[in-house]
Design a protein around this ligand. Sequence first.
Ligand SMILES: C[S@@+](CC[C@H](N)C(=O)[O-])C[C@H]1O[C@@H](n2cnc3c(N)ncnc32)[C@H](O)[C@@H]1O
Length: 236
Amino acid sequence: MVEPQRKSWDLEQLPTGEKKAQAVRDMFDTIAPRYDIVNRIMTFRLDVRWRRRAVNDLRLPAGSVVADLASGTGDLCAELRRQGMTPLSFDFSFGMLANDTSRSPRTQADVLRLPLRSASVDGITCGFALRNLVELPVFFHELARVVRPAGRIALLDVSVPTNPFVRWGNSLYFGKFVPWLGGILSDRAAYGYLPRSVSYLPPPAQLSQLLRDAGFRNVTHHQLSGGLTQLLLGTR
Ligand SMILES: C[S@@+](CC[C@H](N)C(=O)[O-])C[C@H]1O[C@@H](n2cnc3c(N)ncnc32)[C@H](O)[C@@H]1O
């Protein structure tokens, strides 16, 4: 009997290194066409609010050039433009870039090796991608390289709520309901990866320390919507 072929992101053990990067890229290429609609439904549009807060908290003047890293379908780029900034979009998934409707300049690139000159942008945003990256310290040093002195960063990702009751509800929702919904609208394995991938993220204090080690100051960590999402801010 022929075993059905397993997708690279449908693994018992979460992959690491180059295997992880390849799995993440394949997965986003696959789910790109329905990525936005599933996001809106599964977060009850809270994701829109979280991105607005991240861009707002950059506290950069209109006209600032902001690189949105792991930009996906360009939601943060659209918000940056809405708040008067000039976004540049970078992602390694052609599928996601092809579905970017933000009309910002798009570049296919690995965000661990950015095709940007040192100190060339005023700010950086990155939404819901930290846990997908292979080497967070490398990423944070790359941010510190490309942001100009006094430039700002705003990084969003999912989080683990501290309140035990909210944590229980959250793990039930993302562990059971979201993979089911993803299976109907998009790809079950990919939306099963989502709750499991949170375990790649270091705890908040360690994330903040990694940013300081990379050269950022005024690093602050914020829990949004009861800790469903976290926002890290810093100044170069
Ligand atoms: C969950 S999506 C987030 C997209 C978008 N930032 C948002 O807020 O909706 C994660 C994105 O990270 C991208 N990504 C992951 N690792 C990457 C890497 N090393 N270089 C570039 N893009 C990467 C994926 O292709 C995907 O588009």
